[in-house]
Design a protein around this ligand. Structure first.
Ligand code: ADP
Ligand code: MG
Length: 155
């Protein structure tokens, strides 16, 4: 799926649509340069699920988990500062990634070799004044999410 996101509100709306579509255990990789809108998308995702607090990139802690009432946990990874994929082992990331929670992962390429395959990959790119987004589904679970997104966000 490809869309143009003209402003921040559109990125938040994509995050919200993704929250409505992503099943428990879903693993979502968020690709894009610094400032592409990855954390904004996560913010839209969490706010749609009722989270009222701040959502920041866990750049130094690498992962932030959100416990949400009536919904699977959400694990937000930011691997920008990950020096070695093995660090993820010490963080207990394996349990988070293999559990029922939904994982949203910024800079997944830094975790190559450790991360299990993605169900969904989101590619955000600067296209002034907004952003272009491409969403790729893998396997039956990923493809089902993309089909739902396409209905929720008309081109
Ligand atoms: P990243 O996590 O990819 O580094 P952020 O989510 O922190 O990026 O976003 C960086 C900036 O981009 C923020 O100021 C945000 O408001 C802005 N932004 C997000 N989506 C859009 C969009 N579709 N159009 C214009 N600006 C956007
Ligand atoms: Mg970020």
């Amino acid at each position: 799926m490809e869309r143009y996101l003209p402003d921040e509100a559109a990125t938040l709306a994509l995050g919200a649509a993704l929250a409505a579509a992503a099943p428990s255990g879903c693993r979502i990789w968020l690709h894009g340069d610094l400032g592409a809108g990855k954390t904004t998308l996560v913010r839209g995702f969490l706010h749609a699920l009722g989270w009222r607090g701040p959502v920041r990139s866990p750049t130094y802690t690498l992962v932030e988990s959100y416990a949400l009432t009536g919904h699977a946990d959400v694990h937000h990874f930011d691997l920008y500062r990950l020096a070695d994929p093995e660090e993820l082992e010490y963080l207990g990331a394996r349990d988070l990634l293999d559990g029922d929670g939904i994982s949203l992962i910024e800079w997944p390429q830094r975790g190559a070799g450790f991360l299990p395959p993605a169900d969904l990959e989101v590619f955000l790119t600067h296209r002034p004044p907004g952003r272009a987004v491409r969403v790729l589904g893998h396997g039956e679970r990923g493809l089902a999410v993309v089909r739902q997104l396409e209905r929720a966000l008309p081109a």
